[in-house]
Design a protein around this ligand. Structure first.
Ligand SMILES: [Zn+2]
Length: 378
C-alpha cells in the first residue's frame, strides 16, 4: 500500500486531516491522524477527487472531432495534467460520415480506458442557436442515422445533445435513453414546455446552460427556466468568466444546488496554447486573449478552460464551499455518467483518482487509477 499522509481530504462525510492508502489502483484506506508508514507527506495540502468533465473537445492543439488518435491522446494528457481523470470526448456537428469515422476512432481510446465515452454535440441542433456548430451540417433527428453512430461507438456512445423542439426529437431522446446514451438538451430555441417534454422523454442534462439556447425571459422562461426548475435535469456550466458572468454562475448554483450542476470546460484545441487560429470541426476559430470565437460571425466557440481553473473560480468567485466545488467538478458529473460507484468521491474501494491542490488551489499532484501523473512535491 502506498500512503499519502498529512493531507486535508475532502470526503463525502466532511474534511478529514489524515492519510490515504492506495493499493491496486484503488483507495484502500482513508483514516485520520498520522500515517502508519512513510509515504508522500502532503504537508496539509488538499486532496480532492479527480475532476470529471462531461464536455470537452480537445486541448494542447489536439482536437477530438478530428478523430486523430495522436491528437486525442495529447489533448487528454493535457487535461489530465490539470486534474481531469475522467472525460467524455465531445464531437461537434459535421457530415454524418465524418461523425461516424471520428466515433469509430475515438471508441478505440475508450476501449483503452482513456475516455469514459463519446458525446455527440449534434448534429440534431437548432439552426437559430447553433453557436459554433457548423449550420451546413445540422440535420433533423433521424433514428437510422443515430443507430449508425451508436454502432460505430461500440458501446461507448455516452451522451448526445439534442434540441427538443426539432421534429422527431422527442422520439430520438427516448431512443437514445433506451440505448443507454444520456440525452442532453441544448443548442435549442425551445419553449419552456418543449424543454419539459424533452425531460419527460428522458432528457437529464442541459448542455452548457445559458449558452447556445434561447435566453431567459420572465414571460418566456424557455429552456433555462425549465432546466433550473426541473429536478430531473443536471445543468452544465462553463465557469470561465467569458461564457457566463460570475453572478450568473452563482445564481444558477443557488437555484439548483451542487447536486444538480456540473462544471464543464467545453475546451477546444487552443486550451493550453497561445492565441492564434484553430479548427473546431469544420469551423475556423480565432483565439484572442484566451477567448475562442468563430472567425466568421464571432460566436463563442468553446473555451480554453481547464477543470482546475473552473474549480478555483467556483470557490473564489462563486462562493462555493470546498465540498460543493468537489460536487460540481466530480461527484455530480460522475453520477450523471452512472460511474459514481467507482469515481466521484474519495472513499475506500473507489478508484484512486485524485488531485492534490495547494493552499492557492493550484494543482500540484494528479493520480489516476493509482498512478501518479504528476508527483506532488515532497
Ligand atoms: Zn461543446
Amino acid at each position: 500500500m502506498r500512503v499519502l499522509g498529512d493531507a486535508r481530504i475532502i470526503t463525502p462525510g466532511g474534511v478529514r486531516h489524515g492519510w490515504i492508502g492506495v493499493a491496486d489502483g484503488r483507495i484502500a484506506r482513508i483514516a485520520d491522524g498520522v500515517a502508519p508508514e512513510e509515504g508522500y507527506g502532503l504537508r496539509g495540502r488538499w486532496v480532492v477527487p479527480g475532476f470529471v468533465d462531461l464536455h470537452t473537445h480537445g486541448g494542447a492543439g489536439g482536437s477530438y472531432p478530428s478523430g486523430d488518435l495522436e491528437q486525442a491522446r495529447r489533448a487528454f494528457a493535457f487535461h489530465l495534467a490539470h486534474g481531469t481523470t475522467t472525460a467524455l470526448a465531445s464531437l461537434v456537428t459535421g457530415p454524418l460520415d465524418d461523425l461516424v469515422d471520428a466515433t469509430g476512432a475515438l471508441a478505440e481510446l475508450c476501449d483503452e480506458g482513456l475516455f469514459a465515452g463519446i458525446h455527440w454535440e449534434g448534429p440534431y441542433l437548432s439552426a437559430a442557436r447553433c453557436g459554433a456548430q457548423d449550420p451546413r451540417s445540422l440535420r433533423r433527428p433521424d433514428s437510422a442515422e443515430f443507430a449508425r453512430l451508436v454502432k460505430a461507438a461500440r458501446g461507448h456512445g455516452r451522451m448526445i445533445t439534442i434540441a427538443p423542439e426539432l421534429p422527431g426529437a422527442i422520439d430520438l431522446i427516448a431512443e437514445s435513453v433506451a440505448e443507454g446514451v444520456i440525452a442532453a438538451l441544448g443548442h435549442t430555441d425551445c419553449s419552456y414546455e418543449e424543454f419539459v417534454a424533452g425531460a419527460d422523454a428522458g432528457g437529464t442534462v442541459a448542455t452548457h446552460l445559458f449558452n447556445g439556447m434561447r435566453p431567459l425571459h420572465h414571460r418566456d422562461p424557455g429552456p433555462i427556466g425549465a432546466a433550473l426548475n426541473d429536478e430531473r435535469i443536471t445543468v452544465e456550466l462553463i465557469n470561465d468568466g467569458v461564457h457566463l458572468h460570475p453572478g450568473i454562475v452563482r445564481m444558477a448554483l443557488k437555484a439548483v444546488g451542487a447536486g444538480r450542476a456540473a462544471l464543464i470546460t467545453d475546451a477546444m484545441a487552443a486550451a493550453g496554447l497561445g492565441d492564434g487560429s484553430y479548427r473546431l470541426g469544420a469551423m475556423t476559430v480565432d483565439v484572442d486573449g484566451g477567448v475562442a470565437r468563430l472567425a466568421e460571425g464571432g460566436a463563442l466557440a468553446g473555451s480554453t478552460l481547464t477543470m482546475d481553473v473552473a474549480f478555483k473560480r467556483a470557490v473564489r468567485l462563486a462562493g462555493l464551499s470546498m465540498a460543493d466545488a468537489v460536487a460540481v467538478t466530480s461527484s455530480t458529473p460522475a453520477r450523471v455518467l452512472g460511474l459514481d460507484h467507482r469515481i466521484g468521491s474519495l472513499e475506500e474501494g473507489k478508484d484512486a483518482d485524485l488531485v492534490v491542490l495547494s493552499e492557492e488551489l493550484t494543482v500540484v499532484g494528479v493520480m489516476r487509477r493509482g498512478e501518479w501523473i504528476i508527483d506532488p512535491p515532497k
